[in-house]
Design a protein around this ligand. Structure first.
Ligand SMILES: *Cc1c(COP(=O)(O)O)cnc(C)c1O
Length: 447
């Protein structure tokens, strides 16, 4: 990855993404984003294929000593072209619904490299995943074990299962994206896991294949991952001896840098270990390898955000600038229905103009047009002067961006554009107004 020069402090992201100013114009890889906005309009999501590829490869390399499978968490970004790119890199996939499995298969991914997670799998989803031959169901309750057993029996199949164990560690992340504390709805407590495995072993249509954990998302230190692995080691060994499992999945959750103000301007910051606000693949691997290697199992990783987060931006155009006695509001054409992270869990996105600014920054709110006070992208943020017609990019919007978008306020879903080098591909069309009402009718069909 080349060093980039974004925002007001250069070289913040030397190993994070391929968005940079070239001759004063923001580029994604070799492509000027103004030309992308001219061609496809705004708002629009743009992804850098080179960044996705590089992130995946960097993590895969760091974990090289292990027999491993990196299962990309599809919920972070499920565009078919992104999934196809990752399938070609050799990724497996962590899915949470029938729809995600359908996407993986449509994108050229393999079912036998998919793990199926989630607390609420329906009978229909279980049947579909069984017929397609998923690698494993990661099971979150005893009732789910019974249901999978029942569906498998009906189909005359053996269902591969792993139990998701909740290690009760504090991932030190936002409360809405922390999953590994005992008060969360996820997984089965450490104290009950042995019994639940015994129960699984007694069910005739199940095959115990592994053990899984996942402690949360946007975790910026290696410590909580190591703590989770440490707390599970004895159990994993016991389950391995008793049930002859193939794999241990440590889940996903590797965090990314959203706010460059938290980063050091020193390039060494990116390559040395143990800094707050950032975790490197080296930190992650060196904390986990000594714990995981001796297990003699295949290790699964389920990163989502880490692979795609910094690889995407949301392009938007300023519509109005409204000044009140209290504040300046810059009103843009993207909204919370396009990118809900700020409204949903105080997600923070760096905002940069497509034309490199020279004027000094001043505080403003950047807001969307949706009729909700939660519809903002930045509050009291120091940004360069922006005028109607100016275009901006919201950085690090590649994960939990488009996938969480909705048609709220009857706003059509955005296009997604994938760039590699000088190659620009529209990998999802913008919805039309007709698309908005497809499937509806004035009176409905009589039942
Ligand atoms: C959401 C999720 C992931 C991915 O989390 P990231 O923070 O995007 O890496 C992985 N595994 C499970 C079970 C998840 O629910």
């Amino acid at each position: 990855m080349h060093a980039v020069d974004i925002g007001f402090s250069p070289d913040h992201f030397p190993q994070v993404h391929l968005f940079s100013y070239i001759d004063g114009a923001l580029h994604c890889e070799g492509v000027n984003l103004e030309s992308v906005a001219d061609r496809f309009g705004t708002p629009a999501y743009v992804y850098s294929a080179g960044t996705i590829r590089s992130n995946f490869q960097r993590l895969n390399r760091a974990l090289d000593p292990l027999d491993r499978l990196i299962c990309f968490a599809v919920k972070a970004n499920s565009n078919l072209a992104v999934l196809n790119l990752l399938a070609r890199e050799g990724a497996g996939f962590d899915i949470v619904s029938a729809g995600e499995l359908f996407r993986v298969l449509r994108a050229g991914g393999r079912a036998d490299r998919c793990t199926f997670a989630g607390v609420g799998k329906t009978r229909e989803e279980i049947e579909y995943a069984l017929r397609e031959g998923v690698y494993c169901f990661n099971v979150e309750s005893e009732a789910e074990l019974e249901r999978i057993n029942e569906v498998a029996g009906k189909l005359g199949l053996l269902a591969p299962v792993a139990i998701r164990v909740n290690p009760d560690v504090d991932a030190r992340t936002h409360k809405f994206i922390s999953t590994g504390k005992s008060k969360n709805k996820f997984g089965i407590g450490l104290d009950r896991a042995g019994d639940v495995y015994a129960k699984a072993a007694a069910l005739p249509h199940l095959k115990i294949r592994g053990i899984q954990t996942h402690i949360g998302s946007q975790i910026l230190e290696a410590g909580p991952f190591a703590e989770a692995a440490q707390k599970l080691l004895a159990l994993v060994t016991e389950i391995k001896n008793r049930h002859d499992i193939e794999f241990f999945s440590i889940g996903g959750g590797i965090g990314i840098v959203y706010d460059p103000a938290l980063a050091s301007g020193d390039p060494a910051w990116w390559t040395s270990t143990d800094h707050p606000h950032r975790i490197t693949t080296e930190d992650y691997a060196s904390a986990l390898l000594p714990l995981l290697t001796p297990l003699g199992l295949r290790i699964l990783f389920e990163p989502g955000r880490f692979v795609v987060g910094n690889a995407g931006v949301l392009l938007s155009t300023v519509q109005y600038v409204k000044t009140t006695p209290a504040k300046t509001f810059t009103i843009v054409d993207a909204a919370m229905n396009d990118l809900i992270r700020p409204a949903l869990y105080e997600g923070w996105h760096e905002i940069v103009p497509l034309k490199k600014p020279s004027a000094p920054a001043a505080p403003m709110d950047v807001v969307g047009p949706v009729c909700e006070s939660g519809d903002f992208f930045a509050q009291d943020r120091e940004l360069p002067p922006l005028a109607p017609g100016d275009r901006i990019a919201l950085l690090s919007a590649g994960a939990y961006g488009f996938v969480m978008s909705s048609n709220y306020n009857s706003r059509p879903l955005l296009p997604e554009i994938l760039i590699e080098g000088a190659d620009v591909r529209l990998v999802r069309k913008r919805q039309t107004l007709e698309d908005l009402v497809a499937g509806e009718s004035l009176t409905g069909d009589a039942a």
